[in-house]
Design a binder for this molecule. Sequence first.
Ligand code: ATP
Ligand code: MG
Ligand code: MG
Ligand code: MG
Length: 567
Amino acid sequence: MRQQTMLAPTLREVGAEAEMASHRLMLRAGLIRQLASGVYTYLPLGYRSLRKVEQIVREEMDRIGAQEVLMPAMNPAELWEETGRWDTYGPELVTLKDRHERKFLLGPTHEEVITDLMRNEVNSYKKLPMSLYQIQTKFRDERRPRSGLLRGREFLMKDAYSFHADRESLDATYQDMVDAYVRIFTRLGLDFRAVEADSGAIGGKESHEFMVLSESGEDTLAICGGCDYAANIETAQAGSTKGDSPGEADPEQVPQPEKVATPGKSTILEVASHLNVPSERLIKSLLFQVDGEPVLVLVRGDDEANEVKVKNALGATEVELADEATVLRVTGAPAGFAGPVGLKETVRIVADEAVQGLYDGVVGANEPDAHLIHVNPGRDFQVDQVADIRTVKEGDPCPRCGGVIRFTRGIEVGHVFKLGTKYSDAMRGTFLDGEGKERSFIMGCYGIGISRVAAAIVEQHHDENGIRWPLAAAPFQVHLIVVNAKKEEQARLANQLYEQLKDAGIEVLFDDRAERAGVKFKDSDLIGIPLRVIVGGKAAEGLVEYKFRRSGESGDLSAEEWMVKLP
Ligand code: ATP
Ligand code: MG
Ligand code: MG
Ligand code: MG
């Protein structure tokens, strides 16, 4: 590609509103342009990198046997009414009406559409397991789309969904997906960690987030120095949004009841860390009301009997608190929970069914039958002592091995989640098993933010002069620069090299512009193509200069020799 005629408008400066390095550099290098808040055009250079990321994701999905489909972005409201998410998803949902006043939405995620497809097309266990994926534009009306491609309102996502006859099969595919994600992010040259998205305290085997380590990330990760324990504890930061699963409603934005910034799962981890409770010993958290005030109780101890009593709470019967139960006051609890409670006294929990129906989570939640359903600490009520709890510092003991926890920040680039039968139950997505019995699909879902990944790469790979693309995601492999195109021998050699490179199948950007050398080199640093080949003063002797963007390593080569330096 010749730069003279390419749409690659570099900028020396951008507005102060672009705070993140990736946002600034992608604007400055002429990769993207903003059309509206959180809505971007990909210019040729940016789109090439985006497609590189997309292709790597596609290859790794294909490798584990997932099948690519493309579902409509425009979804009828009826499907989302079946799962209740039309009402519960919240203001992130982009909705519209057609000319007949029928309600639609622009998909932020596609559990409903894929479950609809599967219930219509697959009805036998013989077709299972089956994994489908798509790479598609998603729409989320994010509250704060201020970070360029890191948080768009229209963005590119790979979303995969798997369907199974049993849990073991789901576990196997989940592991395949995790392995594929590790290969994807490794191939892209990212420094990342897979972290438990459910906190360790409540058994984080069901959901993992892939986090690109970056000081500018919105999430805070607790990482153990002694074992591979890593968990996401970040949720209370303003602007950070968390859901139960990829595509789940942002708990901050669920319309009712009172919305708060601290989802429960992470809260429990924080509490557990704070109290130095090993995760296995944190049995349950429960919500009560004391003197008219809601209270969150964390029940600790490995006493089996204790756990049984806690389970009884589901039936709204009596619960006896263990001696070591810890009470935290919470505010903003949903109405409908009532009953006197006192430490070491008998407790009665009454969960009003009508109220339960309004909520969509659990309190506690390390086992399917061991909690109050439809309530989420942090979403439905707020823990009072967050400030105190958040004084958890690096150096606290690891809940798994007792080693030292340190904190680091990360950008969520991927999320894998075992959904179970949540959507198939709601939508009657069933198949016939080997005995001819009708059963709900067991499901998993797996997202990667493709456009966010592209930005995360820039976030991790840049210096003060610009981007330093890893080869796998670079818009071109070689940046060929002719220093002075008016000089006959330079122009001839550069054009010859350009043709040779193209013939060799190398992706080359040829800066043939009539700009000053300084401008060309500055732009080249900014755009960040891994290898630069400069045809300048020594062209007459048949020499070219090469320079690697990352290491800065450079030297002269004869025009015949240069090929060995190719990436
Ligand atoms: P976040 O916590 O950053 O809001 P999320 O948990 O809501 O993300 P998921 O529903 O898990 O996101 O979606 C799967 C993936 O899509 C995320 O891991 C992330 O990489 C990407 N993603 C989510 N929201 C955006 C966005 N607004 N812009 C770009 N990528 C996004
Ligand atoms: Mg979100
Ligand atoms: Mg998230
Ligand atoms: Mg997520």
